[in-house]
Design a protein around this ligand. Structure first.
Ligand SMILES: Cc1cc2nc3c(=O)[nH]c(=O)nc-3n(C[C@H](O)[C@H](O)[C@H](O)COP(=O)(O)OP(=O)(O)OC[C@H]3O[C@@H](n4cnc5c(N)ncnc54)[C@H](O)[C@@H]3O)c2cc1C
Length: 437
């Protein structure tokens, strides 16, 4: 590429936010090029995961019939692991099993991103792969292009959209955010384990394209703020753990993230679900936990930041990322269309982007869970001690013996009183209600 190559908009990153932005721009007839470091869109991408499709379905009303989703989420389970036992709550309302399937689909990012990228190209945008952007190019303080570092290897544009995901080096280099420390990132490792379609359906009680999404709290990631998960693909399952990077670095117990995943897989509640499977893929990825309180600057002259690069991820129980990423990509494109109309890409015009985000569910949801992680971080009893105690209490209550039930109840009561400061627990529960729900 030579310095003379120019496009109206450059989008860095072919994840959901970059592709949604490029698709919307291309549909408006704005010349757009997406630059992706992977060999193909999706090659380097990973998520749990549930693809929340409400935004995607607005772009592609035929999503249900066309997109390469694995299974719809027909069943969700939330479980607490403790020692060698599990206490779980699952939900499978009938509307999960009927179109639009609660807009929740288990998918593989490699396939979903590739499909989406094809639609983007069909809409008229170009996608350049195998190109890692190293920095923005500036003219009088305005971003005017990108470079991969070589003298002769640059690309110019009226505006650049940075959609480079969680490990956002470019926003850091540009001084749009302070240095990202371990307290602002979680790490996730996961395996795809092939089991075969009929084994999955028997083991998880599924029929047809129905899928299951299981999340495990408590000792799934002992002593760390995070959780374990299992999602059923068509003929494999995704099994993984995600946890706070700062907790992990502080804990220093010599366990690697892979050891934590292995321990999770060996828990008596999990091992029967993964038994006999063949690991066909292993992945690791960062998850931003910046949240509402640490949003970066979202725009500058000639530059917009979208998706995970901007920390737009709902890190509460909802784990929503792709729909926020796509919504932000679309808002960026709409803002750019207005800027294009005026031929004005200054930060004043681009500030519309932030207004659109603030008026939408994206920033409203981030604000709603702004204390989620910090509250749990400061009240670890909620994720460790209380669930473990609750589990033990239930186990003791149902333990069969010749002890009179009145004695069992008294022992349980004494055990709770010994292990829990009731005033403290009441305060924690009130705090949990205000900050977590
Ligand atoms: C383990 C895990 C589980 C998750 N589970 C869920 C879930 O169940 N549901 C959900 O909604 N969300 C989930 N998420 C979050 C979700 O994946 C993200 O919020 C979403 O992918 C963000 O999209 P994005 O386009 O902003 O970034 P990404 O999807 O990360 O895409 C960024 C793209 O930019 C490319 N890139 C990066 N740097 C450069 C560069 N310098 N030059 C060129 N290209 C570059 C990357 O290769 C990538 O293709 C999960 C995330 C993880 C890690």
């Amino acid at each position: 590429m030579r310095q003379t190559d120019k496009s109206e908009v450059i989008v860095v990153g072919a994840g959901p936010s970059g592709l949604a932005c490029a698709y919307t721009l291309a549909k408006k007839g704005i010349e757009t090029i997406v630059i992706e470091r992977g060999e193909y869109p999706g090659a380097k991408n990973m998520f749990g995961g549930i693809f929340f499709s409400s935004i995607m379905e607005k772009l592609f009303p035929s999503f249900l019939d066309d997109a390469p989703w694995e299974r719809f989420v027909g069943k969700r389970k939330f479980a607490i692991l403790s020692g060698d036992s599990e206490m779980a709550f699952d939900t499978k309302p009938e509307f999960f099993n009927k179109p639009p399937y609660n807009h929740s689909f288990i998918a593989k990012r490699g396939e979903m991103d590739k499909w989406f990228a094809k639609k983007v190209e069909e809409a008229g945008a170009s996608i350049l792969t195998d190109y890692c952007v190293q920095d923005f190019l500036y003219e009088n303080g305005k971003v005017v292009g990108i470079t991969s570092g070589g003298d002769d290897d640059s690309f110019m544009a009226d505006c650049v959209v940075c959609a480079e995901g969680a490990n956002s080096i470019l926003t850091e280099k540009a001084g749009l955010r302070e240095k990202i420390g371990p307290e602002r990132r979680s790490i996730a490792v996961k395996e795809n384990i092939r089991l075969g379609q009929s084994v999955i359906e028997d083991r998880f009680g599924l029929t047809g394209r129905q899928g299951a999404a299981y999340e495990y709290f408590g000792s799934s990631v002992p002593g760390l703020l995070g959780n374990g998960f299992i999602y059923t693909n068509r003929d494999s399952i995704s099994v993984g753990v995600g946890f706070s990077l700062s907790d992990y670095l502080e804990k220093k117990d010599g366990k690697t993230p892979n050891d934590i995943l292995e321990d999770f897989k060996n828990h008596p509640a999990i091992s029967p679900l993964v038994r006999g499977g063949e690991t066909v893929e292993y992945m690791a990825h960062m998850i931003p936990s910046d949240g509402f309180k640490h949003l970066p600057e979202l725009y500058r002259d000639g530059l917009l930041i979208t998706g995970d690069a901007a920390g737009l991820l709902n890190t509460s129980f909802f784990h929503e990322g792709v729909n926020l990423a796509m919504a932000s990509g679309i808002f960026a494109a709409e803002t750019l269309a207005e800027a294009h109309e005026k031929s004005d890409f200054t930060s004043e015009t681009l500030s519309e982007y932030e207004k659109k985000l603030k008026n939408s569910f994206v920033i409203k949801d981030l604000e709603n869970c702004k204390n989620f992680l910090s509250f749990l971080h400061d009240h670890k009893a909620i994720i460790n001690d209380y669930p473990a105690l609750m589990n033990d209490v239930v186990v003791d209550y149902f333990r069969v013996s010749e002890k009179p039930k009145s004695v069992v109840k008294k022992e349980i009561f004494n055990r709770v009183m010994k292990n829990v400061n009731i005033t403290q627990m009441a305060g924690d529960m009130w705090g949990a209600w205000r900050n977590l729900v």
